[in-house]
Write a protein that binds this ligand. Structure first.
Ligand code: TR5
Length: 151
């Protein structure tokens, strides 16, 4: 063929720890039926202050803190303070559009301050998206040259 052929890793020996963890978490959670009601995540403990977090920003709707397992020199998570069914991006309701816009706006404010040469926003959704915590979060990654395509 005249074009490069891409092979996609599908066997678990090529899976990173993070992906394996996310796959397990996604299977256990069952995104297809659960809105998460009644099941807190670790982010609730950070929001309530029960567990300490490295807070970067807070307003009435959004909370941002440094990721405990950073994948880049800057790795910050932006989350809605009230999950309200937003266990993942694909659960968003129409009446949450403004909140989603606000979270992205907050993320770019933090991103441009922390990473003046550029940054990346990531939202992992569901099992194949490698989501492991079921409370919507936007990853802000930067402080180094990011590569493309992502893994
Ligand atoms: O895989 P997804 O996209 O769901 O991202 C979840 C992120 O939450 C990962 O990057 C984790 O490193 C991060 N995480 C998980 C915990 C945690 C955290 N960030 C800050 N503080 C944390 N605590 C205290 N506990 C965690 N389990």
């Amino acid at each position: 063929p005249q074009f490069p052929i891409r092979l996609f890793a599908s066997d678990s020996s090529e899976m990173s720890d993070e992906v394996a963890k996310a796959k397990e978490a996604a299977k256990a959670f069952d995104l297809s039926s659960s809105d998460g009601a009644g099941s807190d995540t670790v982010f609730d403990k950070l929001l309530s202050g029960e567990w300490p977090s490295d807070k970067v920003y807070e307003d009435d709707k959004a909370f941002a803190f440094r990721d405990v397992s950073p994948q880049a020199p800057v790795h910050i998570l932006v989350i809605p303070k009230k999950r309200d069914g937003l266990v993942s991006l694909s659960k968003a309701r129409e009446d949450q559009k403004e909140l989603l816009g606000h979270l992205i706006y907050v993320a770019q404010e933090i991103g441009k301050k922390e990473c003046p040469k550029g940054f990346r926003l990531v939202i992992n959704d569901g099992e194949e998206g490698a989501q492991s915590v079921f409370h919507l979060h936007i990853h802000i990654l930067g402080g180094r040259q990011m590569n493309w395509p992502p893994g």
